[in-house]
Design a protein around this ligand. Structure first.
Ligand SMILES: CC(C)(COP(=O)(O)OP(=O)(O)OC[C@H]1O[C@@H](n2cnc3c(N)ncnc32)[C@H](O)[C@@H]1OP(=O)(O)O)[C@@H](O)C(=O)NCCC(=O)NCCS
Length: 202
């Protein structure tokens, strides 16, 4: 279907976002080899919903190219995370919609050599600042698998709150794991988590 030209004109630009140690910028096809390398690691892709395992060489090229259409429809605002001093690609962070009427959902990942330095928190904080100022949204959702407590910690630091009780899991799909596995759902801002039933989100 042809894009609505009016809609295209109003899609927010992916400006470069600056943090203390990182730059968040639009993806380019030149990033594909570094993404292939990061996602060759099962420990990275098994925490995501949509990445396959094995993640075969040259998969990222098509995935980066496909982002343009989703971006132009206002359904995905996704940034490459780079190390400011080395220019190295260290990961990705963004918001996307599962369907056009879904709320924005936050996602992030880092290549394993960059875990444990606070980069995901630093990048996701900046992304949340950008998204809440730019996308005119009053609610963002997120989720993680039960075996990914580091992600839950990041979400709390960003002001998300878990939906349901602390142990209330829901089955979440993982392509890499090959099925649905228990996970937790979160909402920003925290106040909304108490009043939004899980059934409204999945
Ligand atoms: C999850 C991921 C993004 C974390 O990246 P990171 O840069 O290491 O995260 P940060 O250092 O910013 O923050 C991690 C927090 O979790 C904490 N943490 C780490 N392991 C933990 C564990 N096993 N249990 C509880 N908390 C843990 C850290 O101490 C830190 O909290 P703190 O700052 O209060 O000390 C990274 O491991 C990754 O990319 N994993 C694979 C993809 C993925 O999981 N994406 C998210 C899908 S929901």
């Amino acid at each position: 279907m042809a894009e609505n030209p009016k809609q295209l004109q109003t899609v927010p630009k992916l400006s470069i976002l600056n943090t203390e140690r990182l730059l968040l910028r639009a993806w380019t096809l030149e990033d594909a080899p570094a993404v292939d390398k990061a996602f060759a690691d099962e420990d990275v892709v098994k925490m995501t919903g949509s990445k396959p395992y094995p993640y075969l060489p040259n998969t990222a090229f098509g995935s980066i190219a496909a982002r343009t259409g989703k971006y132009l429809r206002g359904e995905m605002f996704d940034f490459a995370i780079t190390d400011k001093t080395t220019n190295e690609l260290v990961g990705g962070v963004g918001v996307f919609k599962r369907q056009s009427k879904s709320p924005y959902e936050l996602g992030y990942w880092l290549a394993k050599p960059h875990w444990g330095k606070g980069y995901a928190t630093e990048a996701a904080k900046k992304l949340m600042e950008w998204a809440t100022q730019t996308l005119n949204t009053d609610m963002i959702v997120a989720g993680h698998f039960e075996d990914n407590p580091a992600s839950g910690r990041i979400l709390y630091k960003l002001g998300f709150e878990q939906v349901g009780g602390p142990k209330e899991t829901i089955p979440m799909y993982s392509l890499a794991r090959g099925g649905r596995f228990p996970g937790y759902v979160y909402i920003w801002p925290a106040e909304k988590a108490a009043t939004t039933p899980l059934s409204a989100l999945h």
